[in-house]
Design a protein around this ligand. Structure first.
Ligand SMILES: [Zn+2]
Ligand SMILES: [Zn+2]
Length: 61
């Protein structure tokens, strides 16, 4: 079972853009793209929230 990259506990099911995983307790600390479900750091303006609520991969450019 994957370990949470934020708190280190196991049972982390949410995929983060870094390739790691985040647990349900910590998912609220990250930006979650509603289209692809990927988690990004809240300050990741390059690949994360493009200001429209979606990550870069899911935003039209
Ligand atoms: Zn956690
Ligand atoms: Zn996305």
């Amino acid at each position: 079972m994957a370990k949470c990259i934020n708190c280190g506990k196991s049972n982390a099911n949410y995929q983060h853009s870094s390739g790691g995983y985040v647990c349900s307790n910590c998912v609220g600390k990250f930006f979650t793209c509603p289209n692809c479900g990927m988690l990004y750091n809240n300050d990741d303006y390059e690949d994360g929230d493009q200001g429209n609520g979606f990550c870069k991969n899911c935003s039209d450019d």
